[in-house]
Design a protein. Structure first.
Length: 274
């Protein structure tokens, strides 16, 4: 399994949005974790948004690419994160997870590689893995997107928030992915889905989305935000402005329905759509 360019580098505006989404209502956290951390930009953004001392117990990540792993560690030192405040591992997150014995993370943020291959049902042990077993099915071996989501959910604290950049196909593809999606819906783990504009990421024109996961929601509804037009064009790419980010975060924080922009959907509505 190889890291994609998207997993290595997340544009600053998307990093800002992800971090602000997951820190709504929080002034400090126990730890921040990225299961596909690349060079560490999303971990470091949490430090920038919350403040150095607000991340009490440090920065954790896992990266399969040895070169990028080393770059992440260097970035930690360059940003004055002491050796005792971070733990970055170089292993395959899905088949050889590290940090499994850690206290669950209050903040998880990730931009994992999109629809890559993984072991899946070729490894008979994975269906009994406590990360994947609750859904009763494994993500297809040709598309690991849902495996990253289930992994993040498993590592998430009861009072935590995970914000994950996703390939949009996970919202409509059938088979095993539909069953996992149903599991997430039935157990009220999906807090919000945000459709992003296209051309935000270097090297791909895909219009990605963000899935926000929580374990202890205050209602059984899911907020959907259509942010496809919340951007400006810069050369060949689109960019989220400070105003775009603030509008998305404010709508998310207030769980507000707004015509042609956001909709707070009940469990029944979502279940009906599948």
């Amino acid at each position: 399994m190889q890291a994609s360019p998207a997993a290595i580098f997340t544009p600053a505006d998307v990093s800002e949005l992800l971090t602000r989404l997951r820190t709504v209502g929080k002034t400090e956290i126990n730890k921040v974790y990225d299961p596909a951390c690349g060079s560490g930009s999303l971990l470091l953004k949490a430090e920038k948004v919350l403040g150095h001392e607000a991340v009490r117990n440090g920065f954790y990540g896992q990266e399969i690419n040895i070169t990028t792993y080393n770059l992440c560690r260097i970035n930690m030192f360059l940003h004055d994160i002491g050796f005792d405040k971070f733990d970055i591992a170089c292993e395959d997150t899905l088949t050889n997870p590290q940090h499994w014995d850690e206290e669950p993370f209050e903040l998880i943020v990730s931009n994992p590689p999109y629809s890559i291959k993984w072991a899946g049902d070729e490894n008979p042990l994975l269906i009994n893995d406590p990360r994947f077993a609750p859904a009763g099915v494994l993500a297809p071996k040709s598309k690991a997107d849902m495996a990253f989501i289930m992994h993040s959910l498993s590592w998430l604290a009861a009072n935590g928030t995970a914000a994950i950049v996703c390939f949009p196909g996970i919202m409509y593809r059938g088979g095993a992915e539909k069953k996992i999606r149903q599991y997430l819906i039935d157990n009220n783990f999906i807090d919000c889905v945000i459709q992003l504009p296209s051309n935000l990421f270097f090297g791909t024109s895909i219009a990605t989305c963000i899935m926000v996961l929580k374990k202890n929601k205050q209602d059984n509804k899911t907020l959907f935000i259509d942010a496809t037009k919340e951007c400006i064009k810069v050369t060949n790419n689109n960019k989220l402005t400070a105003e775009n980010i603030s509008r998305i975060v404010d709508t998310f924080a207030n769980r507000r329905s707004e015509a042609h922009f956001s909709h707070l959907a009940s469990y029944e509505e979502i279940a009906e759509q599948g």
